[in-house]
Ligand binder design. Sequence first.
Ligand code: NOJ
Length: 707
Amino acid sequence: MAYNAETEKKIKKLIDEMTLEEKAGQLTLRGVGMVLGSDIPDYEDLRCGRVGLLPHYEDPKIANEIQRVAVEESRLGIPVIFCLDVIHGYRTAFPIPWSEAMSWESELAEKTASAAAKEATCAGVKLTFAPMVDIARNPCWGRICEGAGEDPYLGSKFAYARVKGFQGDDVSDPDKIAACAKHFCAYGFVEGGRDYNCVDMSESRLYNYVLPPFQACIDAGTKSIMAAFNDINGEPCTSSKWILTNLLRERMGFNGVVISDAFSVGALVKHGVAADEKEAAKNSLNAGMNVEMMTLAYRENLPELVKSGEVDGKVVDKLVSEVLRLKFELGLFDNPYVDVNKGKKVILCKEHKDLAQESAKRSIVLLENNGVLPLSKNKKIALIGPMADDQYEMVGEWCVTCRKEDCVTLKTVLEKIADVRYAKGCGFDDDESGFDEAVKAAKESDVIVYAIGQSQDLCGEARSRIKLVVSKTQEKLLKLLKKTGKPIVTIFVSGRPIVLNTVKEYSDAVLFSGALGSMAGYAYCDVIFGDYNPSAKLVSTFNQSYGLGGTGYYNALRVSRPACEDTKWCSKFFDAPIKPLYPFGYGLSYTNFEYEGLKTDKTEYKKDETVKISINVTNTGRFDGEEVVQVYVEDPVGSNVRPIKELKGYQKVFIKKGETKNMEFEIKISDCGYYNRNLEYVVESGKLMIGIGTNSEKYDSVEIFVK
Ligand code: NOJ
C-alpha cells in the first residue's frame, strides 16, 4: 500500500515547495509538445514540471525514459501518470462494454477489466478513462456502445464491477490502474442523441436514472471521474460548481480527481460561458475540476488567476493535493518505472484469450430460433456476409491499442470445424458484385450462416445517426438467399440497437452481438454448434422503427394517455409502432424455461423490511442452460409519476434439462423508493407489484402492500 500515514505530510511539503507554474503543471494532462497523435515527448516541459499526466506511449522503454526525466531531472521529482482509453481491452480485445453487459454477468466484466488493466500496465499505463457508465436510451447516440445500456440498476452493477476490476483493492499493485468513471454527467441524454449536444433534465430524473451508476463507481472507490462535454440545464459540466462540487463531492461523496474531457476547458469559450481561456480556466478551477485535458488554459493562466485573487490559492492547493495523493496511491512515488519485460508474459497470454472467448460467447444474444440452431457439425455451411471474415470489425469501437491481426474471425474458426463454402456476398453498405457467388454457395449447402451488421466505423463517439436500419444491400441479399429455400442463421453485429424487422422475418435464427474482440470467431462457433447454449439478454430495447426520439425504452414514466390501438388520443406515433421488437431483458436459449409458483413471504411490509420472493424455474427443453431470472417492481400510484416498471434484481442460474430450481430474491422495500421533485428520497406507502420472469415484458407478478 503506497499511501500511508506519512503521505499527507509529504503532499503538504510538496505543495509548500511548488511554484504556481508547477502547480498548474500538475493539473495538466497533455503530451508534452504533443499534438494529438504525435509520439514525441518534449523533455524540457517535463524538466520544468509543466505536465502532470500524459497520454500513454506504447513502448515501455519510452515510458520509463519519460518517467526518469520527470523523477530525476525535474526540480521536485514528481512522477507523471500515463493515461489511456482502455475501454474493452489493451491488446486482448474483449467484447465492447454494451455487448458484454448483455451477459448480465458483472463478475465477468470485473475479470475482463482486470485483465485489460494488467496488460495496460505493461506499457506503464496507470489510469484508464473508463468505465463509461452513461445510461443511454437513444440509439441515435453512437456512444451507446461504450456503456451498459438503458437501465440504472444493471448499469450500476457493471459500473461497480468494472471499477473493481481495474483498480482491485490496492491500486498501487503493479497490475492495477486507476479507473476514471465517465462522463459526469447525463451525457447519454444529449438532445436527440446528437453527440456533444445539450442536456435539459429535471434534477429528480438525474438522480433517479443518471447518477446511480456513478454512485456505484464512487462506492467501488473510483480514483477519478471525467466531466462530460455537455451542459445540464445550461451549466456546462466542465465549469459547474453545482455539478462538480455540490453534487459530485458534497452529495455523492467523491474525493478523488476530476479530469476534464478532451479540450473541454478551452471549449468553454465556444460553449459561450467564458470570454476567453483565462475565464474558462477560472471557472473550471473554481468549479472543482482538477485536471485539464489537452487544452492549456490552466497552464497559461493559473499563476495570474491566483495572483489577481480570481482563484483562491487554497482552491488550487486542494486540487493539486488531490492529484498528488492519487500519484502516491498509485505507488508512483515508490516505483515509477515499469518492468519492460512484463508484456512478453502478459499481453495476449492464453489466460486472457480464454477469458476473451468466455466473455464473448456469454455476450451473444439469441433473438430468434425456429429450431435450426444449434447446427450439427456435419452440415454443409454457406458462410456469407461482410462480418464473416473481417478482423477489423471484430476489434470493437474503442480499443485503441488492439490490433486487427490479433482477432480471429468466424470464417477462420468455422472452416476448421465444418464443411464451409464462403462467399462475402456484399459490403456493409454497397457492392452487390458478390451476390451471384453467394447464392451459388447457398444452393450448394444445407444451411446459410449470414454474418452482417453495422460497421464499427458507424458507431462510437461522433457517430450519431438517425436511420438505424439494416443496409439496403445486406437486406437485398438476405431476401435473395431466402429464395434458395435453405435455412438462414443471421449473425447481426452492431454497437447499437438496429431495426431488425426484416432480419427477423427472413431468418430462421438470429444471433446478435456487438464487436466481440480477439476471440470472436471461436465464440460464435461455440454458440452456433451448441457447445455453449446462449444465455445473454438485451440491455437496450430494440424497437420496430428508428426515430422514436429516444422514447423507446422499458422503464419510461407513466403517462396519462398510454399508447393503445383503439384511439388516436394517446401517446404514440402514427407511423411507427411503440411496442418494441425485442424488449429490454429479452434473449432466448436453446432450451425453454417455465416459471411457476411465484410467492412472497407475506403480503404487508413495513418500509424497513425486505420482501422474500421466490419462484420455481424449470428447464423444460432438450438442453442444459442458463437463464437470467429478472425481478421487476411496479409502483402503480406514487406522489410523483413513477416508471411503468423497474428492474430491481436478477440472477443468472444454470439449470439442467428437466430440473427445477427454486429462485429466491430479497428485495428491500427501501430500494423501491425514488427521488421526488424536491430531491428527497421517498419510500411511499401503498401497493407495489413485484414480478419475476424472463424479460421486461414477460413476468408473473404478485401484489404487496407497504405500510
Ligand atoms: C473524448 C471522449 O469523450 C472521452 O471518453 C475520452 O476518454 C477522451 N476523448 C480521451 O480519449
